[in-house]
Design a protein around this ligand. Structure first.
Ligand code: ZN
Length: 657
């Protein structure tokens, strides 16, 4: 493990808090140290209050912030005297503690302080760094962990046995510190949890972290337990999308809301899922409290969700008497599934949650494999896992959980999505919480957005094989399909029927009509498995009710498409799938309409560009965004009783009205 400290870079961060920001980001850049909001750091500074009195403030990482991208405002400023007084109490519930931490701040707008704030306050050094480093956990999570830690560090580290995070842990660490710390103390190891380092400067504390974790890595190396080799395995060749979507349907039913299911069949995931002893190693339990909260208790091995839930309920009932306050059963769906064919599935309410579960479990696989290579892997004790999963703060979060966007956990696929109306549909669906798969023949689609809930696939819709492989990729990424927006289409240059060749006619129908038949046919079994019922939106055209001369192929293709959608509405009603069509007109903010073309057309009708754009009953401009919003709303609850409808979005057209 290498220090990333760079004196030139560091010099740009003036003052203690900014130094704290800089070295926190360095920690965050190494995923073997901290992941996704895991780990926390702090600095103690003296600062005058409004009345000129000096006060000591602990700036500790605020919740919701990630070390890798933290800013000064990501640190919660807490009054040290309050934290130290709290630490003297003999008891403090976690809910009370969270309240006291919030009210100890000198900035009412700052984020809630980390639950480990009191612990940071108790360590008598200005800078404190805390991580859940993989190498440390690989060692502490073995039966002989404590002895090995002592072997590596001698008496340079204060060692604290496992205690659940919160007030008790802070107290326990303070006691251990008092008993064990001396001049040569460099840090503190929390068994089955992580490591603390400290120092007079940001650099000292950070570099101690790197050096101490590096010692752990070298120790693993000496025991041939650092580099883990995964045996070469081949994923199954056949399509998996239908069984995967059926599995997601069942998971969503179990959870009580639609979930994202991401599958991973790379060598690490597949070979771990296929280990002969996978039950023994994976079902022992998570690595640290942090891992419990983010991946839920144990992975499901295989596909029997019902048996898993039964076990979970029994486990809940057997343990809930341990809590003074009545507990709410968390949703019983697993967050990780290990399956010999599928590899690893990671489950989340959102694509981001599923991606976080993936990262955490990949580190878990590495740590388990290392611990097994060292000696044997030992998870948190079962009782403690329950305590962490159900601790007061998690329950409070559950009660506070705000309203999620309408399409959270759902998956949409949009065709012709690189620009114009298609791109607007993608944006409207993303804004409503859906994960979106976007298809376009333009390869720019692949990088249109960089976010975990977006998958861009370049795809020629006239090629059936490319369509089926796009569906396969979509389901592997997110687990199924809930919404389909058929938007891709071409609008050829005007040609009178007297001069229209069959080849030109065919080309338009291939794209505007035939490809949509394939898309609908292939989407149907997936939409049928949508937890809340499938939805399809067809982007039609004003040309259907009011065709124009010179657009025979285009108008015929859109009319046939509208008729196809009406038949689908009749056939698919019993599967709970709704299909509706929108007919936009005069949407000019698309690639088709350059300023020159617009000016030409306007002049042709003797209008200004402005008049031409708003040449409708309402005298309003119709934008791609307007169409995208309507398409998204059609998939939402307002239209839950509507199918087979055709809705104009044209500002009012006197030929249509
Ligand atoms: Zn921690």
């Amino acid at each position: 493990m290498q220090s990333l400290w760079n004196a030139r870079e560091a010099a740009e961060f003036a003052g203690d808090l900014n130094q704290r920001v800089y070295s926190s980001r360095l920690l965050g850049r190494d995923k073997t140290l901290v992941m996704h909001g895991g780990g926390n750091t702090s600095v103690k500074v003296l600062t005058p209050d409004l009345f000129g009195r000096e006060q000591q403030i602990l700036y500790v990482k605020g919740s919701g912030w990630d070390l890798e991208t933290i800013l000064p405002q990501g640190f919660s400023p807490c009054k040290m005297d309050v934290l130290l007084a709290l630490a003297m109490l003999s008891e403090l519930s976690d809910i009370q503690m969270a309240n006291e931490l919030r009210t100890s701040m000198i900035d009412a707008g700052a984020p809630s302080p980390s639950v480990e704030a009191i612990l940071h306050a108790l360590i008598p050094h200005p800078f404190v760094d805390h991580t859940h480093a993989d190498a440390i956990i690989a060692i502490t999570n073995t039966p002989d962990g404590r002895r090995q830690i002592e072997e590596i560090y001698g008496d340079r580290m204060v060692i604290v046995p496992y205690v659940m995070p919160g007030f008790k842990l802070a107290r326990r660490c303070a006691e251990a510190f008092e008993e064990q710390a001396h001049e040569g103390t460099q840090g503190m190891i929390l068994l089955k949890h992580g490591i603390f380092t400290f120092g007079a400067t940001a650099q000292e504390s950070y570099e101690r972290m790197i050096a101490l974790v590096d010692e752990a890595e070298r120790y693993l190396e000496r025991h041939h337990a650092f580099m883990v080799e995964y045996p070469e395995v081949a994923p199954p060749a056949e399509a998996q999308r239908l069984p995967l979507a059926a599995f997601r349907h069942e998971l969503s039913d179990t959870a009580g809301f639609p979930v994202i299911v991401a599958s991973h069949n790379d060598i690490q995931a597949l070979s771990f899922a296929r280990r002969a002893d996978v039950r023994q190693v994976a079902q022992q339990g998570p690595l640290t409290p942090d891992h419990v909260i983010r991946t839920k208790r144990l992975p499901l091995i295989g596909r029997d969700i019902a048996a898993y839930v039964e076990e979970y309920r029994a486990y809940f009932e057997a343990h809930q008497g341990r809590s003074a306050t009545p507990l709410t059963m968390l949703d019983p769906a697993p967050r990780i599934v290990l399956d010999g064919d599928w590899g690893m599935l990671t489950i989340g309410r959102t694509a981001k949650e599923a991606a976080i579960a993936e990262d955490i479990y990949r580190h878990t696989i590495a740590v388990i494999s290392r611990a097994r290579a060292m000696q044997d892997y030992e998870a948190l004790p079962a009782e403690d896992i329950f305590d962490v999963e159900y601790w007061d703060l998690e329950q409070a979060k559950l009660r506070a959980g705000g309203k999620a966007p309408v399409f959270t956990g759902e998956i949409a696929l949009v065709t012709g999505a690189a620009s114009g109306i298609g791109k607007a549909c993608v944006e409207s669906l993303l804004a409503r919480g859906a994960a979106v798969v976007a298809l376009d023949i333009n390869p720019a689609i692949e990088t249109l957005f960089k976010r975990p809930d977006y998958l861009g696939i370049s795809c020629d819709l006239t090629d059936e094989a490319q369509i089926t492989s796009a569906f396969e990729a979509a389901v592997r990424r997110y687990g199924g399909l809930d919404m389909l927006v058929l938007n891709a289409g071409i609008f050829p240059a005007g040609t009178p029927i007297a001069k229209l060749s069959l080849a030109d006619w065919d080309k338009v129908l291939r794209i505007n009509l035939d490809s949509n038949l394939v898309l609908l046919r292939e989407a149907h079994p997936l939409l049928k498995l949508a937890p809340r019922g499938g939805r399809v939106v067809v982007i039609g055209s004003k040309n259907v009710p009011a065709p124009g001369p010179g657009a025979a192929a285009y108008s015929a293709s859109k009319a046939a498409m509208t008729q196809l959608a009406r038949v689908a509405a009749l056939e698919w009603g019993e599967d709970g799938i709704r299909i509706n069509t929108v007919h936009p007109n005069a949407v000019f903010d698309t690639g088709l309409w350059t300023p020159e073309v617009l000016e030409n057309r306007a002049r042709h009708y003797g209008l200004t560009v402005e008049q031409y754009k708003t040449n409708n009953v309402l005298k309003v401009e119709v934008t791609s965004r307007d169409v995208g919003e309507l398409a998204a709303e059609l998939c939402g609850p307002v239209f839950s009783r509507t199918t087979g409808a055709q809705i104009p979005i044209d500002g009012g057209n006197d030929r249509v009205i």
